[in-house]
Design a protein around this ligand. Structure first.
Ligand code: ATP
Length: 214
């Protein structure tokens, strides 16, 4: 059965960095992708935009294609969004289908901070997306857990349900939601870092704008 990939994030807001790399990862893996916005991310401050606002931005961003689809389950679950809980659910739903968790290189290096991270390879493969500025060095405990899981060819993920690790070389785009929020708060219009549709509905980006001084 063809693999299914999962790309989680705060998406506060979704930007062209996310979309470009996840699209390329989907092509390299020959797998459709579930875009999974996190509800209450346990590792970082709460998002600026509300869950419905982030969902609305994703819906606009994903319009007109079928390779990337939206899965909003973490937004309706109460309590912190633990990825491992979501992956247990997905594994139960998909049986032996290969599942691939996509992580940017920064998120992958931070894996040992995640709740239940050592169990992840029982549930899924991991695809690591290159990201500008990220070092190749990984924490020791992550290196130990990885062992000999690395495979060079993404096609090797199609033959078993979970447990392998692949580096996906995707176009480098130095775009981050942090920088976009800063630009929007400063009254700027980072038009070519965000999906064009977000500018057609000004209310979508309103949460990031600072109120005009009186
Ligand atoms: P923030 O700046 O608020 O931390 P972000 O731009 O890193 O946000 P997230 O929603 O936190 O975006 O990231 C979701 C996933 O997308 C993470 O795995 C992250 O590593 C990856 N990612 C985000 N931007 C890029 C990019 N430009 N290139 C590669 N991966 C990216």
């Amino acid at each position: 059965m063809r693999a299914l990939a999962i790309f989680g994030g705060t998406f506060d807001p979704i930007h062209l960095g996310h979309l470009c790399v996840v699209w390329e990862a989907s092509e390299l893996l020959d797998a459709p992708v579930l875009m999974m916005p996190s509800g209450m991310p346990p590792h970082r401050p709460p998002p600026i935009a509300s869950a419905p606002q982030r969902l609305a931005m994703l819906q606009v961003a994903l319009r007109g294609q079928s390779r990337l689809s939206l899965d909003a389950r973490e937004l309706v679950r109460s309590g912190p969004s633990y990825t491992v809980d979501t992956l247990v659910e997905l594994r139960a739903e998909h049986g032996d289908r290969p599942l691939v968790l996509l992580l940017g290189a920064d998120a992958f290096a931070g894996l040992p901070g995640w709740h239940g991270w050592r169990g992840l390879f029982e549930l899924v493969h991991i695809g690591v997306l290159s990201r500008p500025g990220e070092q190749a060095s990984l924490p020791d405990e992550l290196q130990q857990e990885i062992g000999n899981r690395w495979v060079a060819n993404p096609a090797a993920l199609q033959s078993v349900p979970a447990g392998r690790l692949v580096a996906l070389s995707v176009t480098s785009l130095e775009i981050s939601a942090t920088r976009i929020r800063e630009l929007l708060a400063a009254g700027r219009e980072p038009r070519y870092q965000l999906p064009a549709g977000l500018f057609d509905q000004p209310e979508l980006l309103a949460p990031y704008r600072l109120p005009a001084p009186k």
